[in-house]
Design a protein around this ligand. Structure first.
Ligand code: NAD
Length: 492
């Protein structure tokens, strides 16, 4: 197995040039506060600023970022980004999703820890880290309308994607002295995609015998996380689940406004607050800079300045503990002074060098070497064609009627074995009660004693076109090393 070494020894720290973007809405205020705090703490950083976000979008760049800005980000490799506003209306691409994918930032890490009793929460002893896969899943953004009634989004899960994120979660747990890694998937339904994620989790978990591991089906896992988060430690999951549950996790610690996140890739990394640009709070010295500050602390750890990260985090905990709070977490019972963005930053700076008395101070490992896993491609398996699904757009009431039409296009060596509608088998022996749309999947497999060949597929499609059947797409059915690697129809 090959690894990238990611962290450097704190003692050999040199000035690190980083890219920053002040973003939109409250972005500039919280970025100024964050930089002021970390520089006061002694962060050895040189800042190069780029413009991204609303202004760039509205100037006609639908990606929200210029080619020159990409050059700066790729040159400096470390990017601290304030939230940006994505203008309403179609055509504007999310800069966050684009950045993560362009730069290969496959790992999204969000620590979520309660600050009880200083920030109200129903979960006083919650301390979890969500490790979210950041590049694939439904976020591949491959969507199509196929019929009048049906649209689709492709869920792509890859073995490299699974291996990298799951190994990252275990390496993170090891480095941060965490005891358990939990995997959330819905593999009881999505046996191929989530099934692969779970399988890879089980494979990699055995490489870390010192760390406990477990798998939960996402629905009950999410319910349990919202109800009893103290039973979890590090949780790793595919992109969409991670996107949703990391916000839930941050919110139940007390506020999404307090959480930061790291987006890590093999070459570059981006750090940010998890909240948005809160445009209604902009320019009023109201916003809480804590989320971005937490992002900056993750960044300092990443660039090997863990001593500074530790100093800032403890000063921040002390400030929270003193009840010096911005409006969003201000609570008559536990807060003492309501402050603005600038005053909050000053309070944290005044506490640099101090430790919290009630909240637990942090001790970051100053000499650790965090090793980033790099994927090593496996030997290809033996792949053989086992059939084909032909999807058709057809308006009619009876699947039996469709089966008669479709049987007319078959070839001598293959036969129609099943028709499904939105995944549920409707022929043969469908239920009259099943609601059918205009989107049908017709499965062809070789007749007994026959094989299906690749060239049978265009022949089948040519027959369909000649018969006036509106074919939308085909999906080949494969066996890998003799094992069927496609789902059955529901009810099959
Ligand atoms: P938001 O996170 O900006 O605001 C949600 C609520 O939380 C608002 O009531 C807001 O006032 C409050 N809030 C958020 N951050 C705060 C802070 N630091 N201090 C105090 N209060 C805070 O979410 P939204 O309103 O749905 O989105 C606003 C804009 O932000 C949209 O254009 C959206 O696209 C964008 N957005 C950007 C990012 C990002 O750049 N990473 C993430 C999410 C949303």
């Amino acid at each position: 197995m090959y690894y990238f070494t990611q962290h450097c020894n704190t003692k050999s720290i040199r000035m690190k040039k980083i890219t920053i973007a002040k973003g939109d809405g409250i972005g500039p205020e919280i970025m100024d506060a964050t930089l002021k705090i970390i520089l006061a703490a002694g962060a050895k950083i040189e800042v190069e600023e780029i413009e991204v976000g609303e202004k760039v979008y509205l100037a006609g760049n639908t990606a929200g970022i210029s080619a020159e800005a990409w050059d700066v980000i790729r040159r400096n490799k470390v990017f601290l980004k304030a939230p940006i506003t994505t203008p309403q209306g179609g055509g504007y691409k999310s800069l966050n999703v684009t950045t993560r994918k362009f730069l290969g930032l496959y790992s999204n890490v969000r620590p979520c820890k309660s600050l009880h009793p200083f920030v109200s929460t129903k979960h006083p002893i919650m301390d979890i880290v969500i490790v979210r896969e950041n590049e694939e899943d439904l976020y591949a953004g491959i969507e199509h309308q196929q019929t009048d009634e049906v649209v689709q989004c492709l869920k792509l899960i890859s073995r490299p994607g699974c291996e990298k994120i799951i190994r990252y979660a275990f390496e993170y747990a090891k480095q941060h002295n965490r005891k358990k890694v939990t995997c959330f998937t819905k593999d009881n339904i999505m046996k191929q995609t989530d099934g692969l994620f779970h399988k890879v989790f089980d494979e990699i978990a055995v490489e870390y015998p010192e760390i406990e591991n477990e798998h939960w089906i996402i629905d009950i896992g999410a319910a349990k996380m919202a109800d009893t988060p103290e039973i979890f430690d590090v949780i790793v999951m595919p992109n969409l689940y991670g996107d949703i549950l990391s916000d839930v996790a941050a919110q139940i610690t007390g506020s999404v406004g307090l959480a930061g996140s790291a987006n890590i890739g093999e070459e570059c990394a981006m750090f940010e607050a998890i909240h948005g640009s809160a445009p209604r709070r902009a320019g009023q010295n109201l916003a809480n800079p804590s989320g971005l500050l937490q992002g900056a602390i993750l960044m300092l750890n990443h660039i090997g300045q863990s001593d500074i990260a530790e100093k800032v985090q403890n000063a921040w905990l002390k400030t929270i503990e003193e009840g010096i709070h911005t409006y969003d977490i201000f609570n008559e019972g536990t807060s003492k002074v309501k402050v603005g963005t600038k005053e909050f930053a000053e309070a944290v700076i005044n506490n640099l060098g101090k430790q919290p008395a009630i909240l637990q101070p942090v001790f970051f490992d100053h000499n650790s070497q965090f090793v980033l896993p790099k994927y090593v491609r496996k030997q290809p398996k033996e792949k053989s064609l086992a059939g084909v699904d032909v999807f058709v757009h057809w308006i009619g009431e009876s699947p039996d009627e469709l089966s008669e039409i479709i049987k007319g296009i078959t070839l001598p060596n293959i036969e129609l074995t099943m028709i499904t509608n939105r995944g549920i088998k409707v022929w043969p022996e469908g239920f009259r009660e099943t609601f059918c749309t205009d989107h049908w999947r017709c499965r062809f497999k070789p007749k007994a004693g026959n094989k299906i060949e690749k060239e049978n597929i265009p022949a089948l499609l040519a027959n369909a076109i000649a018969s006036g059947i509106d074919t939308i797409k085909t999906e080949n059915l494969y066996n890998f090393d003799g094992v069927a690697a496609y789902s059955l129809g529901q009810g099959q």
